[in-house]
Design a protein around this ligand. Structure first.
Ligand code: 5RP
Ligand code: FE2
Length: 218
């Protein structure tokens, strides 16, 4: 089965948000990647519930919500109500990760865990069987447009080995600095979903760029 592509709305033109959402609707993209930053877990603030609701109103594809926030348990239901289909929390932001995952599932969302570049894949060993997706951060979270960290390939391969053993259907998503220079190698290593912000929205042909990301083979 081919990998998913999830353009990151963080890099959209917020003065033309409906236009950019419709561009994604009319492209080969599978999901909308929606980055929530609280200025505490990460050194940047993105947007909150009203913007997620606006995206949901126009979007015809699922919302893949990436919570870069401290204490995400407080807001899970609000994000579900705003339109989230997948909710991913950071391992580094959760004291009781297993409980948080159960709470996301109880809301009827796909449950994901994101790990920062410095966080070992091995820390996911006892949660992999319980989750629907993992986001491997290939940049330090907080900003779009950063350079891809090469060490990510090794982490993808390690996570694929864990998934093969405990949860073969688990989605392996890569977030940060994804371009056509690294997409094929990521898919070859085991990535099953590619998130891309700047690479899509800075392109002259955005729909064509999404199609090209979708077409890469490992
Ligand atoms: O979570 C994120 C940043 O924390 C974004 O999803 C990610 O950076 C995508 O943007 P780009 O493709 O431009 O790196
Ligand atoms: Fe993200």
């Amino acid at each position: 089965m081919s990998h998913k592509v999830a353009p990151s709305v963080l890099s959209a033109d917020f003065a033309n948000l409906q236009r950019d959402v419709e561009m994604i609707n009319n492209s080969a993209a599978d999901w909308f990647h929606v980055d929530i930053m609280d200025g505490h877990f990460v050194p940047n603030i993105s947007f909150g519930f009203p913007v997620v609701k606006a995206i949901k109103k126009w979007a015809t594809k699922p919302l893949d919500v990436h919570l870069m926030i401290t204490d995400p348990d407080r807001y899970l239901k609000d994000f579900k109500d705003a339109g989230a289909d997948h909710i991913t929390v950071h391992l580094e932001a959760c004291v009781h990760l297993h409980r948080t995952i159960q709470a996301i599932k109880a809301l009827g969302c796909l449950a994901g865990v994101a790990i920062n570049p410095h966080t070992p894949v091995a820390l996911l060993a006892d949660i992999v069987a319980d989750i629907d997706l993992v986001i491997i951060m290939s940049v330090n979270p907080g900003f779009g447009g950063q350079a891809f960290i090469e060490h990510t390939y090794k982490k993808v391969a390690e996570l694929k080995a864990l998934a093969d053993e405990y949860n073969p259907d688990m989605i392996i998503e890569i977030d940060g600095g994804v371009t056509l220079d690294n997409a094929a190698k990521l898919v070859a290593a085991g990535a099953t979903s590619l998130i891309a912000g700047n690479f899509v929205f800075n392109a002259e042909d955005q729909v064509g760029t999404i199609a090209a990301l979708k077409k890469v083979t490992g």
